[in-house]
Write a protein that binds this ligand. Structure first.
Ligand SMILES: [Zn+2]
Length: 141
């Protein structure tokens, strides 16, 4: 599957930073690159634990996600021929949905106060369910 490495937890933007890992300046560390827009290091994270650790430290994080062309096509209305979704497209859709949930958690204001017992991503205090895995966490005290 073709993938893209996107930037998360950047405090500079309200929306997600539009840069990709490939556009950042290489450093001596293969998993660390420098963003000359924010003048900050960006840490490539391949696991959730690394992602959470760097996000809580306030770092910009890069994560891999499926390239847009891997996702099933969006259709408006009812197509004459039903759209076939391949297993790879289905996998890309599930992966993409999870990454969009992670985006919502890592919006530059991540807080450690509450963690999801299922996936261990932080859960914002007003949420009753985890953005990442959908686990019911109930309201914060
Ligand atoms: Zn969760």
């Amino acid at each position: 599957m073709r993938t893209l490495r996107t930037i998360r937890n950047c405090r500079r933007w309200k929306a997600r930073c539009s840069r990709t890992w490939d556009s950042l300046v290489e450093t001596d560390e293969p998993r660390v690159r420098f963003c000359d827009g924010c003048e900050k290091n960006v840490y490539f994270c391949s696991t959730d634990a690394e992602t959470i650790e760097h996000a809580l430290a306030g770092d910009c994080v890069a994560r891999e996600e499926p390239a847009r062309e891997e996702l099933p096509r969006m259709v408006i209305g009812r197509p004459r021929v039903p759209i076939q979704v391949t297993p790879t497209q289905r996998e890309a859709r599930v992966w993409n949905k999870r990454e969009r949930g992670i985006d919502k958690v890592l919006d530059g204001r991540v807080e450690a106060s509450r963690r999801c017992p299922s996936c261990s991503y932080p859960v914002l205090s007003f949420r009753k369910t985890c953005y990442v895995c959908g686990h019911e966490v109930g309201r914060a005290e």
